[in-house]
Design a protein around this ligand. Structure first.
Ligand SMILES: [Zn+2]
Ligand SMILES: [Zn+2]
Ligand SMILES: [Zn+2]
Ligand SMILES: [Zn+2]
Length: 354
């Protein structure tokens, strides 16, 4: 099988993904059912296209039984979305944030419900409430998908135009949430009067995200329209140029100061957030982040623990009973001696191969 053929198959797969995306966004009012189905399919295809760039066998469910000819003729069963995400992490070193995994899982489940139980027949146009719900869901999915596509811009370099088109269409789609925003407006105004600040939401674009000050450095915002939660920090430029930098969870390291051009490092972020004095002579287990799969990236910030890579935070950082490291974003680790944490396989993994 020539490399050329595989390349053209990959191209088709990616083209198909963007085609589904565009259709999904176009069809929202006339075919809400297909809007969900097509968006969910697009997400799956983009994950598969990224896998296929690594190697075609990664897209196949059971690699050992499949020839490249079977694969090319579409006879081979392909991986589930859950496994695709695992393989992206293990074989390609690509970490999909836990929030994105959850959101992609939701739309996949919604697609299945739509396929089995939702009949459009008899409904000429979707009612407004349904449209609103679906647009919210697509906005949240797109928020995560757009971040992945920007992380993978070298992978989808040939699809800049398609990505720009979908980005533009997604922005226009937000107009369907105007009603939801108008409905929230009196509550937002009332909250503003008593001192709550509101910021623009990255998911739906409305100035509807209520800000909570976790500390004078760390902030969280929760959108009252689409429900997206985001964290950000505000620190003065480590280069001491006087600028205040606003850093969100997607561009924590490598973010450049607009005034002096200084590029923020994870160490700068750790310095700004770490409130604990640690004695270097004392051994402390490192704290990992299961949300973004980073090792040792978490520092204690007052009463909370914050990841300096993705700004995810939690009030406690439980310790794994098997590897003794601590983590946030991966549950309470209750049975970790047996099952391990995000970063180890526990006793079960240890004894599996004996
Ligand atoms: Zn929003
Ligand atoms: Zn600066
Ligand atoms: Zn993290
Ligand atoms: Zn562990």
């Amino acid at each position: 099988m020539s490399k050329k053929k595989l390349n053209s198959a990959l191209r088709h797969l990616s083209e198909s993904a963007f085609d589904f995306l565009e259709r999904s966004v176009k069809e929202i009012k006339t075919h809400p059912k297909y809007s969900v189905i097509h968006f969910a399919t697009a997400v799956e295809l983009i994950l598969k296209a990224r896998l296929m760039r690594e190697h075609w066998t990664l897209v196949v469910e059971r690699t050992s039984d499949v020839s490249v000819e079977d694969f090319m003729s579409g006879k081979a069963k392909t991986v589930t979305q859950v496994d695709a995400i695992k393989r992206l992490k293990n074989a390609c070193g690509e970490n999909i944030p836990q929030d994105a995994v959850t959101q992609f899982g939701k739309i996949a489940a919604h697609r299945n419900r739509m396929i089995h139980f939702f009949h459009e027949a008899g409904k000429k146009k979707a009612d407004d409430a349904l449209t609103e719900e679906i647009v919210k869901e697509l906005c949240l999915c797109w928020f995560h998908l757009e971040r992945l596509l920007s992380d993978w811009d070298d992978q989808f370099d040939d699809f800049k135009d398609e990505i720009a088109t979908v980005t533009w269409r997604m922005k226009r789609l937000r107009a369907y949430l105007q009603v939801a925003f108008d409905r929230m407006k009196p509550k937002i105004d009332a909250a503003k009067k008593v001192g709550t600040a509101f910021k623009t939401c990255s998911g739906c674009g409305f100035d509807a995200a209520a800000v909570t000050e976790v500390s004078d450095v760390l902030f969280e915002q929760q959108c009252t329209v689409c429900g997206l939660g985001e964290a950000y920090i505000e620190i003065s430029c480590p280069n001491e140029c006087g600028e205040i930098l606003h850093i969100d969870g997607h561009n924590v390291s490598g973010m450049a100061c607009e005034k002096c051009g200084y590029e923020v490092t994870p160490e700068d972020v750790a310095d700004a957030l770490d409130t604990e004095f640690s004695d270097p002579s004392e051994f402390e287990p490192q704290i990992n982040c299961a949300q973004c799969s980073s090792l040792g990236s978490v520092v204690q910030h007052g009463e909370t623990f914050v990841c300096t890579e993705c700004l995810y935070s939690e009030d406690s950082a439980p310790q794994c009973d098997w590897c003794n490291e601590r983590q946030i974003g991966g549950g309470d680790l209750e049975f970790s001696y047996h099952t391990g944490c995000e970063f180890c396989e526990g006793q079960a993994g240890w004894t599996k191969d004996d």
